[in-house]
Design a binder for this molecule. Sequence first.
Ligand code: BES
Ligand code: ZN
Ligand code: ZN
Length: 519
Amino acid sequence: MSTHAKLPHFSDLLPAHGTMPQLEFAADIARAESANTRIIPVLQEDGELVMPTSPLTSAEVYRQLESLGATGKLGEITKLVSDGVLYVAVGVGEDGLDETALRRAMGAAARALKDSTNAVVLGSYGIRATVEGLLLGGYAYNGLKSADKATPDTAEGEKTAEVEGYSDTPARRPLVTVIGDEADRDQFDAAVTVANAVALARDLVNTPSNLLYPANYADIATAVAGRCGLTVEVLDHDQLREQGFGGITAVGQGSERPPRLVHLSWASENAGTSVALVGKGITFDTGGISIKPAAGMEQMVMDMGGSAAVLAATSAIAALELPARVDAWLPLAENMPSGTAQRPGDVITHYGGMTSEVINTDAEGRLVLADAIARASEDHPDYLIETSTLTGAQMVALGKRTFGIMGSDELRDQIAETAREIDEPGWAMPMLEEHDEEIASKVADIKNANSDRFGGMEFAATYLSKFVGETADGEEIPWAHIDVASPAWNTGGPYGFIPARATGVPVRTIVETIRSICS
Ligand code: BES
Ligand code: ZN
Ligand code: ZN
């Protein structure tokens, strides 16, 4: 029996969602008899193929894999049929069967599965990495493509023997049974819960902005909350104005679609520690009057990735019953240029009274986050973690896959370490003392953009730091800002357990961080 509730499905809440393999757990090796496919991790040692001994394989399979040229290189797929069973061998590379290699390899294996597959895999190499790899790597989003036009993600460098009877049509939902000990069942359920949460974040981020805007996003968050036992409160445009959320209303005022602030909360009966989560929810970022260039602007559908990660992580934390109290804040707005849009030079008053001079309307994320961070701080949480697709400078500093973490030294470093352990690459970045001077404005408390481009990611962190409040003891709340501008969205093809488009980063980092600070 599972000790916690599984995360429910949310696929009915959006016009389209990604597909994933269907996973089952079986505590019985005999289950392998009825499967037509076996997923076999293989290793590499000194460039040579090594096959771990396993009840699912044989010396004959090893011989055939060798003759097909399999090397065990990480992510390499080799297929063969022996005795009527399809073997999908996946390389885990030179580092042995560690969690990271296994998760990436299982991602590649999931993409290599075809139609109507009834596959088995041994869970004994690592239940969590196996489940996360298969579900996360097997995720594919085809949006609103007509069914006959959906394209499969083809595995790179796939080596295939002539395989009869296995069609090359795109996989719909292959079934994979993970075989383990009865004692592994809880771990299996927990891993499925986390993977489903990542899929929820991906689905939201993948949804085009004509179909996802502040009002219906708030409705979806409310529905998710209802299914997960979270308390929810949504502030509409009038309430935001009345209560002084000047950053959220300034960014939202250029759009026909008014802004919202969603507050979700969940508390375990054993909650000792309280954590506030804040996520940027710009449902589309044109830049506003400081408009962005046309090339690539379509990618700004992902500018609500921080809020999606926070919503998904909060749902997972509740389903896993982590011993925490979580208050999640999602400021939602669409950043549009229009006759009612805010202008460069405007001075706005945030929730709590701080004022900002708007130098650049494209630095809108920090304006909505400022209000949400100020409001979250009012409850004096023990920790505050905020995440956002905040700056192009993140990519310049850290590249496409590695997010930047700034904030209080200890929490920042802890998140960076946790992130790398679970293979969501993250790196601690400093706050720069020059920005404390450069942020000054002649007409407001601070300005929202620097006059030069240097350290743009760190400048944004300095801006956000001005809104972080105090704990009940009068100390600065330990806080962290996670800039996922590039890691939240994969512009290339799938790799490891990361699909094209929305990645769901940093859902797992948030869940694991809360697991460690609240245990
Ligand atoms: N949403 C963008 C940041 C972004 C850029 C995310 C590229 C993902 C990919 C953000 O609102 C933005 O436009 N930031 C500006 C800030 C600048 C005007 C100070 C930027 O980074 O250029
Ligand atoms: Zn912007
Ligand atoms: Zn933005």
